[in-house]
Ligand binder design. Structure first.
Ligand SMILES: [Zn+2]
Length: 263
């Protein structure tokens, strides 16, 4: 397991961002829950992230590109309105990102509308599905799961011509979910498991390293370089939380996490 987090000198990785928004405006973009601010990064900090990446051996890429030597895939979940700010900052460095959209939220307050999504696509960013409703696919029955996957793919394809990628919400997946995703015709599945990405793309199942409001450039550099302390910290957090989630059930886990202020 730890080996998957460490990767090899040729492996790439994907980073999981949400909104790029000042902390005091965190409740104006994307989903707003008790703990959602923890996933939102300030624009100044994001700029320092991009500069850290520019100084590293890694090169931002899209999953549909021929992978550079050491690719880093920059991904943004939920389709909050500040995706436009994220895109502007990415473009200032000549980079492009992956934006994953929750279809039922499109056009709502705090979320992108279709014109903006179309604009991002035209500017070379990659638009993918984050399901219709941000559903927990582990809890959905087979029919609902199928709907979440196929209808969101169709909605994006209707606007943009295609939709090849998906980010699965809430880290809620198992082999059955993966099978349903492949059967729905997606080629690239982004998860939230912090594993590195080997050259063969792990059968196009791509783990991601979560970025928190407090992930500073030093920590990002450590993530990029797979420095052992950060790998260990991430492994303990990821596998520990996974274990506790399974023990308590997802809903009870979220309630308790918010009460004790853990991430
Ligand atoms: Zn999400």
């Amino acid at each position: 397991m730890i080996r998957d987090l460490l990767g090899s000198p040729t492996s790439g990785l994907a980073l999981l961002y949400h909104d790029i928004v000042p902390q005091e405006e965190a409740d104006t973009s994307g989903f707003v829950t008790d703990g959602s601010w923890r996933y939102k990064l300030a624009p100044e900090m994001f700029d320092r992230h991009l500069s850290t990446i520019a100084d590293s051996a890694f090169e931002p890429a899209l999953i549909t590109d021929n992978p550079p030597n050491r690719p880093v895939y920059l991904t943004f979940d939920d389709g909050g309105r500040t995706a436009m700010e994220a895109a502007r900052q990415l473009e200032a460095y000549g980079y492009r990102g992956h934006f994953f959209i929750v279809i039922d939220r499109v056009g709502e307050d705090g979320f992108l509308d279709w014109n903006q999504i179309y604009d991002l696509d035209q500017r070379g960013h990659c638009i993918g599905s984050h399901t219709m409703t941000h559903a927990n696919l582990l809890k959905a029955n087979t029919q609902r799961c199928q709907q979440e996957l196929t209808e969101s793919k169709a909605a994006i394809a209707a606007e943009l011509g295609q939709c090849q990628s998906i980010s699965i919400p809430l880290g809620a997946y198992n082999e059955k979910v993966f099978k349903a995703v492949y059967e729905s015709g997606y080629e690239y599945i982004f998860t939230s498991e912090p594993v590195r990405i080997p050259r063969d793309h792990l059968n196009h199942r791509l783990g991601r390293w979560n970025i928190w409001y407090e992930t500073d450039p030093d920590e990002l550099a450590a993530i990029l370089e797979a420095s052992p302390p950060i790998v260990l910290k991430t492994a303990v957090r990821w596998y520990g939380v996974k274990f506790i989630k399974r023990l308590l059930g997802y809903d009870r886990f979220i309630r308790i996490r918010d009460i004790v202020g853990l991430k």
